[in-house]
Design a protein. Structure first.
Length: 95
C-alpha cells in the first residue's frame, strides 16, 4: 500500500514544500532570527524527512512525536509560532 508520502510525489515534493516554507520564513522579521546560524540546506532536508515521518505520526523510533517538546528549547514566541503556521498552511502540496 502506498503511503501519503508516495501519493504526494515522494522526496522531491517534500523538498519543494520545505524549500518554499523556509524561503518565506527567512523573509519574515518575526522568524528569520531563529535561523541566523542554521545550515538551511540541511534544515530543508531535515524538514522534508520530518514531513514524511509526520504523515504516519511516528518518530524514527516508532513512538509518538511531540513537536512542542522538540522545539521547547528555542523559546519560540506565540507571534512567531502563528507566523510559521500561516506560512506552512499557505503552501500547497501541488506547489
Amino acid at each position: 500500500m502506498a503511503t501519503l508520502f508516495d501519493k504526494y510525489g515522494g522526496c522531491g515534493t517534500f523538498i519543494k514544500i520545505a524549500s518554499s516554507f523556509y524561503s518565506r520564513v527567512l523573509e519574515s522579521d518575526a522568524l528569520s532570527a531563529y535561523f541566523r546560524h542554521i545550515d538551511m540546506d540541511s534544515l530543508v532536508v531535515h524538514q522534508a524527512e520530518f514531513l514524511s515521518t509526520a504523515l504516519s505520526a511516528k518518530d524514527q523510533a516508532g513512538g509518538p512525536f511531540d513537536l512542542k517538546e522538540h522545539h521547547q528549547r528555542l523559546s519560540i514566541t506565540e507571534q512567531s509560532s502563528r507566523a510559521k503556521s500561516n506560512f506552512f498552511a499557505s503552501i500547497s502540496f501541488g506547489h
